[in-house]
Design a protein around this ligand. Structure first.
Ligand code: TYD
Length: 212
């Protein structure tokens, strides 16, 4: 797979339900824009017209696990090709709420589909693009589920399912932390402002790559 070169910075937020990714994404967007950076804020599944349509299908119906996996990957392929990579090539900071590690955690560790297959499909769908930095917002499952509003299909899954998701993120963090591309933020006892500050500090060294 070819290495991707671009002047932008690709930041991904990961975590279980109720970890505060969406709130942090908005906070980071505002903070970075105030500092003169150009930012694209996006999410998975979604981000493009086709991917948002796939999102509704996935979250509002009950596809078979393999069909669900392929639908996430189809949405991702469209999102990377039409939105993420063009913004990175344009020198922007892309903040993406969930990416490939969510597939490893949810479809792999929680739904128990083959991790090897998921790894292969992730590489195909992203065309080899991987985040410059993944911020993992970690907190205990019970605390996350208590905070999660708007219950969707995944929020109705068992506590054990979400424990497996959290373990999946831990496994990815352990595998990648030495590379400096994964940072863990323990968020249970932090308020929004504290999480934003910790996230911004974790990103600081990466920001030298992009010019405001
Ligand atoms: P969303 O409402 O965005 O949840 P959250 O606010 O917690 O991010 O719904 C996205 C759901 O899709 C979430 O439960 C996780 C799931 N998901 C996967 O199972 N696999 C994936 O690859 C992605 C990107 C998301």
């Amino acid at each position: 797979m070819k290495a991707r070169k671009y002047p932008g910075l690709f930041v991904v937020l990961e975590g279980i339900e109720g970890s505060g990714k969406s709130t942090l994404a908005l906070g980071l967007e505002t903070t970075l824009i105030q500092r003169g950076f150009r930012v694209t804020l996006t999410r998975e599944p979604g981000g493009t017209e086709t991917a948002e349509r796939l999102r509704s299908v996935i979250l509002e119906s009950e596809p078979a696990p393999l069909a669900e996996l392929l639908a996430y990957e189809a949405a991702r392929a469209d999102h990377v090709a039409l939105k993420i990579f063009p913004a990175l090539r344009d020198g922007q900071i892309v903040i993406c709420d969930r990416f490939t590690a969510s597939t490893v955690a949810y479809q792999g560790h929680a739904r128990k589909l083959s991790l090897k297959t998921i790894d292969t499909l992730n590489r195909i769908a992203t065309d080899g693009l991987s985040p410059d930095v993944t911020l993992w917002l970690d907190l205990p499952v019970k605390a996350g589920l208590a905070r999660a509003k708007d219950p969707n299909r995944f929020e109705r899954e068992s506590v054990q399912f979400h424990e497996r998701v959290r373990k999946g993120f831990l496994a990815e963090f352990t595998k990648n932390s030495k590379s400096g591309r994964w940072k863990k933020l323990a968020v249970e006892k932090k308020n929004e402002e504290e999480v934003l500050k910790a996230a911004f500090n974790a990103l600081k060294e990466k920001l030298v790559k992009v010019k405001p």
